[in-house]
Design a protein around this ligand. Structure first.
Ligand SMILES: O=C(CO)[C@@H](O)[C@H](O)COP(=O)(O)O
Length: 230
């Protein structure tokens, strides 16, 4: 199975963001994961649409914007204007999820829904026909460098079956504590996009780190699911 790697900018050197993006792009990244935190939905603050817009002209990578914010419907358009290719919102943060996803889809952007570790898969079942990505958090969101929560793996497998049953095209993305040891566990369960902060940006050899994550897909077949078909 082809696996895509999305380095998370949260683990980059914030004083050299442009160079850091170029570094992972040259090393084989497939997407750039941008973590937006508001200090309310999660206990940390990162950056807003201005930073996304400032980086946009300097990279060809699809920008995968993960909104860890309350009321994402108030800000999603700003991230779209800033150059996001994929906008992911947390199901725990939105009341009218279907409305927001429909509006964003109409604007031509890809959309994703994210689930905290304690949120069950069934919370996204009704919107599976609408979404491009289901983002499964394998740590509690807010910080990089946390320990992978293995109890989330059965939820990935459950979502894989649910997506197939609904004939949805959604890809499963996982985020938190992903490295060469944990990647095979999530890929075997059906994950197709691996977000990795620490294991990529803090690696001695970034290219090798990305290659090792992609290797997790080798020899794995999960009922015809492949990140490349998108
Ligand atoms: O969204 C988040 C954290 O909330 C992630 O994107 C982390 O940034 C992943 O970092 P590592 O666990 O790979 O260090």
């Amino acid at each position: 199975m082809t696996v895509k790697v999305a380095p998370s900018l949260l683990a980059a050197d914030f004083g050299r963001l442009r160079e850091e993006v170029a570094r992972v792009e040259a090393a084989g990244a497939d997407l750039l994961h941008l973590d937006i935190m508001d200090g309310h939905f999660v206990p940390n603050i990162t950056f807003g649409p201005q930073v996304v817009a400032a980086l946009r002209p300097h990279s060809r990578l699809p920008f995968d914007v993960h909104l860890m914010i309350e009321q994402p419907e108030r800000y999603a358009e700003d991230f779209l204007a800033a150059g996001a290719d994929l906008i992911t919102v947390h199901v725990e943060a939105v009341v009218h999820l279907h409305r927001l996803l429909t509006r964003l889809k109409e604007r031509g952007v890809m959309v994703g829904v994210a689930l905290n570790p304690s949120t069950p898969a069934v919370m996204v079942e009704e919107v599976l026909p609408l979404v491009d990505v289901v983002l499964v958090m394998t740590v509690n969101p807010g910080f990089g460098g946390q320990k992978f929560i293995p109890e989330v793996v059965p939820k990935i497998a459950h979502l894989t079956r649910m997506i197939a049953a609904k004939e949805s095209r959604a890809l499963i993305e996982v985020d938190g504590g992903i490295d060469a040891t944990t990647a095979p566990l999530v890929v075997e369960a059906g994950a197709q996009i691996l977000v990795a902060g620490t294991s990529v940006f803090k690696a001695d050899k970034v290219e090798e780190a990305i290659r090792m994550l992609k290797e997790a897909g080798k020899g794995v077949e999960v009922c015809g699911r492949d990140a490349d078909r998108h």
